[in-house]
Design a protein around this ligand. Structure first.
Ligand code: ACO
Length: 447
């Protein structure tokens, strides 16, 4: 075998010394052979730049629209094995965390890498509890929205506006400053979300209470009125808390990719979270929980499920079974399994949601159908979560807001990791330009 050029440009003999963690590439255009190292099951795209047809050539790039096979970072936060249906935060299986922890512990775990001891937990809860109030002027910003503004639109705009209240947040390389914004963001998201809901109902805002825990406080801000007291049902508080745990992080999804992309420009975390939330809003991402409910209501009854499935199949991708399918999970989404079980507990308190029967029938038929089986389409996190939200009394339009509240801790953990990463640089993909070459400029009268 001939000589090869390594990624570092050194010449070594190929094929000697047995197996190596390396990839040998032959460029048929030039006949040259290159060797690039394989580290953690990946090759570095920049190692391909040395593969050129001549000095004028830019060098080989990879083309990967929608990042189907590109790792954009290294991370130590969340592990997913989509084939086996495994999800772990910092090494702990999601099933264990959902059973034994509350959301505050999990948010701490995501951010700091370890579960908190008693003192760390108490300090953490105290820091979050004492940042739940929002500036009165921010409340006025929220007042300015129209009565029928979508709660996600309000949340995104209000979180972005928060950057103007905390200008020091721009000092993203100061760890103490970052920690303060992390407390503020995790603490204020439920307040902003509850105020958005109250605004849409034309009701007065209910301020946070420091004697309630994170999730009970959120439910109280949602459902308490000045006219009567409200004591959240413990089963519903626990169910929502578990949903918060399940939604807290999911490695490099669309919203988190937006968070890292914006964060890589050293933008303040409020603006970056607003951008991540905007990505989450989309119906193919966190907006799917809202779409599932609309779909189930549209189907209307169990006997109309087969006709609906037929329409989806004939639509060939135009019409989708919302809450089904996932870019990563090709077996099952472990979060969907936990939520499905929990739905039963919630319905014991709230009464059975009639849409559940339609959902179960849809799942039953889809899981036997060749179309869905072949494409490995299983219920995802959004398929049953909306039914629980609805049973708790949350309006459909606010579902994605309930996703954004806990995902904030994941976004911030990823943002922290990004800023501490020595390889961190502004995210800037390349493109494959297929447009016109240089052409003569036509004056207006000749166009
Ligand atoms: N219903 C019907 N068919 C589907 C569905 C679905 N929900 N999802 C995928 N397919 C089909 C596609 O039409 C495609 O078929 P084809 O091979 O004949 O062209 C095939 O399955 C593969 O689908 P892709 O769109 O290529 O898969 P991708 O990984 O890009 O999409 C996604 C993943 C966006 C989640 C998709 O499954 C979908 O749109 N699901 C419905 C929306 C949803 O529930 N989103 C929430 C995801 S979880 C989250 O973000 C929190």
């Amino acid at each position: 075998m001939g000589t090869v050029e390594t990624a570092k440009g050194e010449e070594t003999a190929a094929g000697e010394g047995g197996k190596r963690d390396a990839l040998t590439i032959k460029d048929e255009r030039t006949g040259r052979v290159y060797e690039v190292p394989i580290v953690h099951g990946t090759v570095r795209a920049t190692d391909l730049r040395q593969i050129k047809t001549g000095p004028e050539d830019f060098g080989l790039m990879t083309y990967d629209p929608a990042f189907l096979n590109t790792a954009s970072c290294t991370s130590r936060i969340t592990y997913i094995d989509g084939e086996k249906g495994i999800l772990r935060y910092r090494g702990y299986p999601i099933e264990v965390l959902a059973e034994k922890c509350n959301y505050m512990e999990v948010a701490y775990l995501l951010l700091y890498g370890e579960l908190p001891n008693k003192k760390q937990y108490d300090d953490w809860c105290h820091a979050i509890t004492y940042h739940t109030m929002i500036h009165e002027s921010l409340k006025k910003v929220m007042d300015a929205f129209n009565y029928d503004a979508h709660p996600m639109g309000m949340l995104i705009a209000t979180v972005a506006a928060m950057s103007t209240f905390y200008p020091e947040a721009r000092e993203v390389h100061d760890r103490a400053v970052r920690t303060k914004q992390i407390h503020r963001l995790i603490a204020k998201m439920p307040t902003v979300a509850a105020f958005a809901y109250k605004h849409s109902m034309g009701m007065p805002y209910m301020y946070p209470s420091n004697d309630l825990d994170y999730t009970a406080n959120f439910l109280t801000m949602l459902f308490k009125t000045p006219a009567e007291n409200y004591k959240p049902n413990p089963t519903l508080v626990r169910a929502l808390d578990v949903l918060f745990i399940l939604h807290a992080d999911h490695e490099q999804n669309c919203g988190t990719n937006a968070m890292r992309g914006i964060g890589s420009a050293h933008t303040d975390p409020y603006s970056a979270v607003a951008g991540a939330a905007a990505a989450l809003y989309g119906p193919l991402h966190g907006g799917a929980n809202e779409e599932v409910l609309k779909m189930l209501e549209g189907i209307g009854s169990k006997d109309r499920v087969p006709a609906f499935i037929k329409e989806v199949k004939e639509g060939k991708g135009e019409k989708r079974l919302m809450g089904f399918g996932h870019r990563v999970y090709k077996n099952f989404d472990p979060r969907a399994k936990i939520i499905k079980r929990m739905a039963e507990e919630v319905f014991e308190v709230t009464g059975r949601n009639p849409l559940l029967d339609i959902a179960l029938e849809l799942e039953r038929i889809a899981l036997q159908d060749e179309y869905f089986v072949k494409r490995k389409l299983y219920p995802n996190v959004d398929f049953y979560s909306g039914l629980i939200y609805e049973a708790i009394g949350i309006p459909t339009a606010a579902f994605t807001v309930l996703f954004a509240i806990p995902r904030t801790s994941g976004w911030l953990a990823q943002w922290e990791e990004l800023l501490e990463d020595p390889e961190e640089k502004i995210a800037r993909p390349r493109q494959v330009y297929l447009g016109e070459g240089e052409r003569p400029f036509p004056p207006m009268e000749k166009r």
